[in-house]
Structures are given as C-alpha cells and as structure tokens.
Design a binder for this molecule. Structure first.
Ligand SMILES: [Zn+2]
Ligand SMILES: [Zn+2]
Length: 473
C-alpha cells in the first residue's frame, strides 16, 4: 500500500485518489527567462518518476506543469537584450523542453502558459472581490490575508502569533504599495501602463504569480484535485497563497489532497547561487555527463532529502548505471546462448529474486523511496553476476525461469525509473554510430552506381540533417 508524505498534515498518509482511478497532479513549472539549472532538474526528474510510479500502480495520472511566460525577470531580460518578451520566453521554453526530453522527463501531459490564461485569472480575481477577500488600490488588486483565517496552515505558521514571519513580512518581492491594508496582503493583479500589459476592468496590468496556478488548475481540474508538487522553497508564500485563493472561493473545501515537496540541491555542500559562481545549468552538466547519469544521481536520494551534487557523486552514479546496464546485457546475452532443453530450475535463485522484488516495491510504497529501491537492485546485480559465472563452470545448473523473471522485473524497473537500462550506449561510446554511418554511406554509393539518385539524395539529405556534411565527388 502506497504511503505518501503530505506537507499539509506533516505525516505519511495512505495514498487514495479522489476519483476512482484518475489522479489530477499539478507541479509548479519554470519561469522561462534563462536556462534551467540542475536544481530544477532534480525537482522535475523526481515528479516525473512519482508520476510513473503512480501509473505503474494502475492510476490514470494527468500531470500539468505551468510555464510562466510573463514575469518581471522575463521583462527585465527583454529590456536588456532589446527583444520582445515573447521571443525571450519562447526561446527559453523551447530550451527547457529540450533539457527535459534529454533527462527522460517526458511524462508531462500539458504545459499551459500564463499568457493563455489571463481571462481565467481575471475571472478568479473578480470572484475573490465579490466574496470580500480582495480589494483594489491605485496600484493593484490584493488578497486580504486577515480575511482567510486558515492562512499559514500549509507552512505551519500561526497568523496571530507575534514573531511569526506572517506577522511582519511583506510577501511581495518587488514593489511595495503603501496603500495596502496590511503589509502581508499579497498582489493578485498589478496595474501598469508599461508593456507588456493586458486589459482588465481595472485598467491595464499584469497578473501576479500565485493566481496563475489556481486559475490554471481550476480550469483543468476544478476547485479540488489530488496532488500539488513543487520545490520546498515554494511552500511559503507561493503555495500558502494558492490555498488561500482557492479555498476562499470554494468555501474552504481542501484544494489539494496531497502536497508534495522536493528537497534542496547543494553543490559541493553549499547552496547554488550566482554570487558564489557555482550555478550549474542542465546544459553545462550534459556537456560532460550522460543525462541518465544525472537521472540516476537524482534517484539515489529520497526526493524530500537534500541532495549534494559533486563530481564524486556523479562518478558513483555513472558506475552504478554501468553496473545495471552491464548486468542486464549479460543476462540477455546469456539467454541467447542458453540451450532451451536444459532447464533445471534453481529455486534458491528464484527465492532471492522474489525477495528483491518484494523489497523494491515495499521501498517504493514507502513515500517513493527510490534511494532504497535503487540499492536493492544494485545489490542484486551481485547475485546475477555470481549466477552467470557459476554457470560457466557448471553449465548444467541454469534456470531459464530465473532469467526470464529477472529480465521482466528489470523491465518493470525501467518503466518506472526510465534510465535507458536496456540500451548499452552511454554518451562516451560513439563507436557503433560510426559503423552505422559507414554502412549508410556504402549503401548510398551503391545506389548512385545504380543511378537511383532519388534514394541516394534522400539518404544524403537525412544525414545532412544530423549535422554531418557529405559531398559528392
Ligand atoms: Zn507555482
Ligand atoms: Zn502552485
């Protein structure tokens, strides 16, 4: 039975979807004004994996990650570069999706963009005003925090306690509006004549950040849904504000059943920051490392635990990845050579396999503990390798059933972990690729000798598309 840690209740809870089989799942996506860094990589790999595990458990999961494509940082960059904001956000959105693709984060069902949901946000803001939770000033529309008595429940803060961050902190990061009723009231809409802006009944302006998620999730899922995820740093104020917005509108029906948050990523023991010059983008990383090495590195730590990025930890991940791939390849090769007639079952081995499978799924059911689950299957490679070498000296003792069931288990693991375990190539091995190219070029020469130019040109064009130029002599 799957248990998941819920940030709202601060407890591990038995997982039960709201609907029968469908899970509506929202994860805070990126603000597209620069390339995604490895901290984003960690979060999105983790949620991709969580989604895949829920699917493995038989649920139909719909996962959304929003793309914030209008925001102060994007506008700032568009001023610096003297390019319109749309070109900036389109460019970085495209690169973000390319990065995610390389990391096998391709289980996301929809990437809705802020600018496509302006009307839904305006509609939500109007309803908050109508219900008495929001008010207008000369600078914008604000959510009146003191009207929502549950404010603080997600981040476990009491609104009425002195010294609480909530009591004194201005939740706005950029401007400060002196007409706000209270310092802690947060913006829903910011009036501005500056481009880019959008029309509203309160004049031209731009949406604030928190309203984006609730407008999009209400549109896709309604006022209540199963899981909301994001990095740990988003709990306050971002997610707290979302709870206030949506539950104010729904008369306090719980917006989300499970809140899931991923831990921080450090680089060599310190927080990543531009000032420390230890900022690593996914693109920097992939120049040196195979994307699946990073993916395995992420899985080696439980998603809620702080993870420490270092060359050493990636080296270790690479070793482990190779070990898994090699073991699978050995099993496949071994099976090919096997005399099918000869199948004396080895029950001792089968028992070991069932034990590993059992532990693997028990660990995954324990709040998706990929760290332990990965250790289970890594340990098991010793058993498999022992079995193969023993067979070499004692060929009568093989077990086709053991091999088949082990391979089937690794296929299940692969469907959840998505580490390309059944492909042999790592980034560094390019040998096979050259051989293939040689075969293609020889084929093309034959075609030209036979004057089949249509097909030979087709091959040339396709090879050129890959960035390899070939000339006809
Ligand atoms: Zn968000
Ligand atoms: Zn959100």
């Amino acid at each position: 039975m799957l248990e998941i840690y819920n940030t709202m209740t601060r407890e591990k809870e038995l997982f039960k979807s709201r609907g029968n089989n469908r899970i509506n799942f929202f994860v805070c996506g990126p603000t597209v004004y620069e390339d995604a860094h490895i901290g984003h990589g960690r979060t999105y790999v983790a949620f991709d994996l969580i989604k895949r595990y829920l699917e493995y458990k038989g649920y139909a999961v719909f996962l959304i990650e929003n793309i914030t494509d209008v925001d102060d940082k994007i506008i700032q960059k568009s001023k610096e570069k003297e390019i319109d904001f749309k070109s900036i956000s389109n460019y970085y959105e495209k690169r973000f999706k390319e990065d995610m693709d390389l990391l096998n984060v391709n289980s996301v069902n929809a990437y809705p963009k802020t600018t496509d949901y302006i009307n839904e946000m305006l509609d939500q803001i109007q309803r908050l005003i109508d219900k008495g939770y929001a008010y207008e000033t000369s600078e914008g529309i604000y959510f009146e925090v003191s009207k929502f008595s549950d404010f603080g429940k997600l981040s476990n803060q009491d609104l009425n306690k002195q010294k609480s961050r909530l009591q004194n902190e201005n939740l706005e990061t950029h401007s400060f509006d002196s007409n706000k009723k209270n310092i802690k009231d947060f913006a829903l809409w910011k009036k501005t004549e500056e481009e880019p802006n959008f029309d509203s009944k309160w004049g031209k302006g731009r949406p604030a950040w928190h309203i984006e998620d609730t407008a999009i999730t209400e549109e896709f899922f309604g006022q209540q849904y199963d899981i909301h995820g994001g990095g740990l740093d988003l709990i306050f104020p971002h997610h707290e504000a979302e709870v206030a917005q949506m539950e104010a509108l729904s008369n306090k029906k719980p917006m989300v059943k499970y809140w899931m948050h991923t831990g921080f990523l450090n680089v060599n023991g310190v927080k990543m920051s531009k000032s420390l010059n230890n900022f690593i983008t996914i693109r920097d990383l992939l120049e040196k490392w195979d994307p699946m090495v990073f993916r395995l590195f992420v899985l080696s730590t439980h998603y809620r635990t702080r993870i420490d990025f270092s060359e050493k930890s990636l080296d270790q991940a690479e070793k482990n990845l190779k070990r898994l791939k090699n073991t699978i390849q050995k099993l496949i090769d071994f099976k090919k050579d096997l005399d099918i007639e000869d199948k004396l079952e080895n029950n001792e081995l089968l028992d070991k396999l069932y034990e590993v499978k059992n532990n693997f799924f028990k660990d995954m059911d324990d709040d998706i503990n990929t760290s332990k689950a990965l250790a289970d299957i890594l340990n098991f490679t010793k058993v498999i390798n022992g079995f193969i070498s023993e067979h070499e000296s004692n060929p009568n003792k093989n077990s086709l059933k053991f091999i088949n069931e082990t391979l089937a288990f690794y296929e299940d693991v692969e469907s959840i972990f998505k580490l390309n375990l059944f492909y042999q190539d790592l980034k560094e091995d390019k040998g096979d690729y050259d051989d293939l190219l040689k075969i293609l070029l020889e084929t093309r020469d034959k075609l030209r000798q036979e004057k089949n130019y249509e097909l030979s040109d087709y091959i040339r064009d396709k090879i050129n598309d890959l960035g390899i130029s070939i000339e006809d002599k």
